[in-house]
Design a protein around this ligand. Structure first.
Ligand code: HEM
Length: 138
């Protein structure tokens, strides 16, 4: 079980690295004038590669978490609350894909200020999930 938990944490950390950085690229994309083609193209390429890279990492992080849950009989309110937050994270990840598609079409209308707040969501989720899984308050 410890090997599964170790790789669960490895893929969680890798997934979060992308969940922290991808919206930061969106902040920059929202600030770049539409006519500055080269910079937009570079940021779009970075965001597209990053999204494709972190998607399988998220699948592995969640898959190993479910293996721990159902394979080793973990239970408790903390695990249900944690899973609910993770479902929110998965929705956030999918939303990043939708926002990326909007940027690719040149159809994004949100301001860089909006993306700066959007960028903080994974931070709040990480704090809450880590407290739930380590402290197990309920
Ligand atoms: C549906 C998705 C997930 C499930 C079902 C799940 C389930 C679990 C389970 C059962 C454990 C073992 C707990 C223990 O040994 O006490 C665990 C450990 C852990 N999980 Fe997840 N997890 C999921 C996603 C995540 C995510 C997104 C994070 C991000 C912060 C995360 C962070 C951790 C950490 C840090 C540990 C190690 C805790 C410790 O050793 O005390 N998990 N997870």
């Amino acid at each position: 079980m410890l090997w599964i938990k170790a790789f669960h944490i490895i893929f969680v950390v890798s997934w979060f690295a992308g969940l922290f950085y991808l919206p930061r690229i969106f902040v920059n994309l929202a600030m770049v004038p539409v006519e500055s083609g080269a910079e937009r193209a570079r940021l779009l390429l970075m965001a597209t590669k990053l999204f494709r890279f972190i998607t399988p990492l998220g699948v592995l992080a969640v898959g190993l978490g479910l293996w721990l849950w159902f394979g080793y009989g973990f239970s408790g309110g903390w695990l249900h609350a944690k899973t609910a937050l993770v479902v929110g994270l998965i929705a956030y990840h999918v939303w990043c894909g939708v926002l990326l598609a909007e940027f690719s079409r040149g159809a994004s209308t949100r301001s860089h200020i909006w993306f700066r707040f959007f960028n903080e969501v994974p931070v709040l989720a990480l704090v809450a999930i880590s407290i739930l899984v380590v402290v197990k308050p309920f």
